[in-house]
Design a protein around this ligand. Structure first.
Ligand code: 6SD
Length: 242
């Protein structure tokens, strides 16, 4: 298949340097290959005051500061002005829907993702409300990467992008290794992956399980299924391990 631009990604942040890892490894290569185009936007370039203020005190009181909807509106509209289709807006937040492989799969089929990254106590809630009501985005997704609190959205955006980009055709070196990951839809039926080994056959007194060197592929599959079930029961009893 001919290679072509498959995804455009815009990220808006007050810490553009957080996204330098996107120039490394698989994601860096995908950019060089023009499969993915990434642009990082500094939120402070959309401020009007000499101190480049992006935050203000919360209405109703309480600790910390809230990010201004005025600045965010300017920044997001400027990204939209460069868009050729309605993008998906992604808002990392601990109070969003929990990210998983299914959502990564869905995002990997999108042509344009826009990530807005909060800091401080977060972004004025009218920003999400406005873009949900606006028809400027095909979808607005508030996404949590897990039940813990980060200092800002940047690391969550990186997690979402890494899980998503490796599912794009031609981004992963070996197209096969995608489908049998733990959690990959259609892999080992929703089980965690069991133990894996390579050479040498003995390392620090530890042997590679004999079945794996037996050449009996029926027995090997059966053993792997058993180990996957064991591990799933131990660490993820919530998963379907019938
Ligand atoms: C202030 C943010 C944005 C703060 C976050 C997301 C998850 N899963 N944990 N924490 C988070 C996102 C925290 O902006």
């Amino acid at each position: 298949m001919k290679k072509m631009l498959l995804m455009r990604v815009d990220l808006i942040t007050i810490f553009p340097d957080y996204f330098s890892p996107l120039n490394l490894s698989l994601f860096g290569k995908a950019q060089e290959a023009k499969l993915i185009e990434v642009k990082v936007h500094d939120l402070r370039t959309f401020t009007a005051d000499k101190h480049k203020t992006v935050d203000d005190a919360p209405y109703g009181g309480g600790p910390g500061m809230v990010m201004s909807p005025v600045i965010w509106g300017e920044a997001i509209d400027s990204v939209l002005a460069q868009a050729t289709i309605k993008p998906v807006l992604i808002v990392p937040t601990p109070s969003g829907q929990v990210f998983n492989q299914e959502l990564a799969q869905k995002l990997s089929n999108q042509e344009h993702l826009v990530f807005i990254n909060g800091r401080y106590e977060g972004i004025d809630s009218r920003v999400v409300q406005h873009y949900q009501d606006s028809n400027k985005f095909s979808e607005v997704l508030e996404i949590s990467i897990g039940d813990y609190v980060l200092a800002g959205g940047e690391v969550a955006s990186l997690v979402i992008l890494e899980a998503t980009s490796r599912l794009i055709n031609g981004v992963l070196g070996n197209e096969d290794s995608v489908s049998d990951d733990s959690f990959a839809p259609g892999s080992m039926q929703n089980l965690l992956e069991g133990p894996i080994y390579t050479r040498p056959p003995v390392w620090r007194d530890l042997n590679v399980p004999e079945v794996l060197t037996s050449g009996d592929h029926g027995k090997i599959s059966q053993w792997r299924k058993e180990k996957a079930l064991e591990r799933t029961k131990k660490f993820r009893p919530d998963l379907d391990s019938k």
